[in-house]
Design a protein around this ligand. Structure first.
Ligand code: N01
Length: 488
């Protein structure tokens, strides 16, 4: 008998992004009541925050969707951001999630108060007690601005890619983009036709795989609508390609796949960058797959436009008139876009999370974030993470990853809701064993062997991703091993 039926058992979900919405759906289906606390004034997480020109998901749309909400209407193989945001809003609305979301309610503190209960405080005040907390706070939500001398002295407009200022006109202006990640390589082709000039400040070149982004014809969409099995088959095909074969190549379990990826990236450069000097400057010195692979058929043509400039001399400082590089050259600019990425180690922060005996998770995770199988932490009973430390990240569908974790966490929450126990948390021993296994396995991944740095590393040099195959992730999180938990 689930206590939720008498209205007393309730879960607090932090965040109404992609994983918070899915958590709500899973809990509702298990008959468990929940409230979602969302910092912003709309749902959608990263797809609400990022509105920069050219933004599309680099995971195919028919894979980047919930298992419970196939969508025949995707316009493109890689659909644009506004469509993805609309998808999440629609799903949240249709499945009754929206009515349980408290918007503009940033959680500032979650405190374990004993007897299985957590007190949640938001910017609006005390929100009361909850039997469990799910932190579905996303991975890439805290923008990082580069520490470049003189950044604040720039006289023109400047902003981070995830805080795009649409009031700033770009037409006919000189724009600088700092960074060469997935974001910068999407922005540049989207604005090159409009601006007077665009200078791309590259610290490290990127491997780019040439994948066209074709629209779905009306006939194709009708076929998906009328025969949902076609969508299911496509999902399985894409899942096998991305989550199984591609993921395996990154963790040292598909050497042929890794070699094929490298070959395809090199071929892309050779086929699509004419000038040998530009080609050389765009050629990375590390192995493909080491940084998150860029998926684009637009970047190379765009960087070769007469008004596009690749600047690969290091930046010395930013001045009122633009960016000065170490060769002494001043690059005059009207607008600077910082496509300099995110801090993936923020998790729930800046909120404060306090567990058993007053232990602070902020303190424990100050140097390095460690969890049990990416979802839970000793001394923090009934607190669960979606997208927590060592979740699989890379060019695969985070929605599938989130659903695997949510399915697992829901099983633990059901134990609580059904009264099988009041508290559940992983043992320290099991958590240490997991992390030591991660440390060993990570050495064989391309993130470590590939000779690059990336946002996958924390300041201790520890990689934040899952170091084994995706299949192992799904198997490990199919069902909790209760001998690795303490229950009370
Ligand atoms: O950020 P990044 P991003 N001076 O961290 C450079 C997801 N995403 O926003 O490589 C000069 O990859 C830095 O240089 P270096 C996706 O998971 C998804 O592009 O460190 N340059 C690098 O080039 C992705 O991986 C989609 O030498 C500086 C860049 O800034 C993640 O978001 C679309 C610098 C940062 O690249 C992050 O991508 C977009 C400095 N001081 C993003 N500091 C989808 O389609 C940093 N850089 C789903």
């Amino acid at each position: 008998m689930i206590n939720a039926s008498n209205g007393s058992f309730r879960v607090a979900i932090i965040g109404a992004g992609a994983s918070g919405i899915a958590t709500a759906v899973y809990l509702a289906r298990a008959g468990i009541a929940y409230t979602i606390f969302e910092r912003a004034d709309d749902v959608g997480g990263t797809w609400r925050d990022n509105t920069y020109p050219g933004l599309a998901c680099d995971v195919p749309s028919h894979l980047y969707r919930y298992s419970f909400a196939p969508n025949a209407e995707w316009s493109h193989e890689y659909s644009p951001a506004a469509e993805i945001h609309a998808y999440f809003r629609r799903v949240a609305d249709e499945l009754g999630v929206l009515e349980n979301v408290r918007l503009s309610s940033e959680v500032t503190r979650a405190q374990f108060v004993g007897e299985g209960m957590w007190r949640i405080t938001t910017v609006k005040g005390d929100e009361g007690l909850f039997n469990a907390v799910v932190a579905a706070t996303g991975v890439l939500h805290k923008p990082v601005l580069p520490e470049i001398e003189g950044r604040d002295s720039f006289a023109g407009a400047s902003f981070h890619s995830s805080r795009w200022d649409h009031s700033v006109p770009l037409a006919g202006r000189r724009v600088g983009i700092i960074g060469t990640g997935s974001t910068a390589t999407q922005i540049l082709p989207a604005i090159v036709d409009e601006v007077a000039s665009v200078s791309l400040f590259q610290r490290t070149p990127q491997w780019i795989i040439n994948v066209p982004n074709n629209p779905f014809s009306e006939a194709k969409k009708t076929a998906f609508r009328n025969e949902p099995q076609k969508m299911a088959d496509l999902y399985e095909h894409l899942n096998n390609l991305f989550n199984e074969r591609f993921a395996a190549s990154l963790v040292g379990e598909n050497a042929a796949g890794l070699a094929e990826m490298a070959r395809a990236c090199r071929q892309n450069l050779e086929d699509n960058v004419r000038d040998p000097d530009l080609r050389r400057r765009l050629t990375p010195s590390y192995q493909a797959g080491c940084k998150r692979l860029i998926v684009s058929d637009k970047f190379y043509p765009a960087i070769q436009r007469p008004n596009a400039h690749l600047v690969d001399t290091a930046i010395m400082r930013i001045e009122p008139a633009g960016v000065r590089t170490k060769d002494g050259l001043l690059h005059d600019l009207d607008v600077i876009v910082y496509a300099t990425g995110f801090d993936p180690f923020t998790f729930f922060r800046p909120a404060t999370i306090v567990g058993r005996n007053g232990v602070s998770l902020n303190e424990r995770w100050k140097e390095s974030c460690q969890a049990y199988r990416s979802v839970a932490v000793p001394d923090f009973p009934n607190l669960f993470f979606i997208g927590g430390p060592n979740s699989p990240i890379g060019n695969f569908s985070f929605l599938r990853t989130a659903e695997v974790q949510i399915g697992y966490v829901t099983q633990l929450i059901k134990l609580l809701a059904e009264g099988a126990c009041r508290e559940v948390e992983p043992t320290q021993q099991a958590t240490d064993a997991f992390n030591s296994d991660v440390e060993q396995a990570i050495k064989h991944t391309v993130w470590v062997t590939g000779g690059c740095t990336s946002w996958y590393f924390d300041k201790q040099g520890k990689v934040v991703s899952w170091p084994w195959s995706y299949g192992r992730f799904e198997a490990d999180l199919k069902q909790p091993r209760m001998e690795e938990f303490k229950v009370a």
